[in-house]
Design a protein around this ligand. Structure first.
Ligand code: FES
Length: 105
């Protein structure tokens, strides 16, 4: 698989607003989030400790970690609230004929 290639990770209807969906792309574990119909992909694991953000809550444009309640901006990956202080990686997405694709890099 070439670097920079888009790969299918889900169908649009699988990514419900407010409910992060765990997906995999090129061996990376990601959390796919639907905000007002736009698809955003972030790293699944919190940067603070060992917790899946897919078990967290989406509040507006942020996602709250279920373990210590740090939060991140879903669109930018920015760590917003302690104890999270390291930004998340974000991943480029696109929708093609009802499929959600993520660029591997
Ligand atoms: S593991 Fe996410 S804030 Fe601590």
């Amino acid at each position: 698989m070439a670097e920079g290639e888009f790969v299918k990770v889900a169908m649009v209807e699988d990514v419900q607003p407010g409910i992060p969906l765990a997906v995999q792309a090129g061996g990376h574990k990601l959390a796919m989030c639907n905000i007002d119909g736009e698809m955003y992909a972030i790293d699944e694991m919190c940067t603070h400790a060992d917790a899946s953000l897919c078990d967290g809550d989406i509040e507006g444009c942020s996602i709250v970690c279920p373990l210590h309640f740090g939060s991140f901006d879903i669109k930018t990956g920015e760590a917003l609230d302690p104890p999270a202080c390291v930004n998340l990686k974000t991943w480029e997405t696109k929708v093609v004929e009802g499929e959600v694709h993520v660029r591997i890099n």
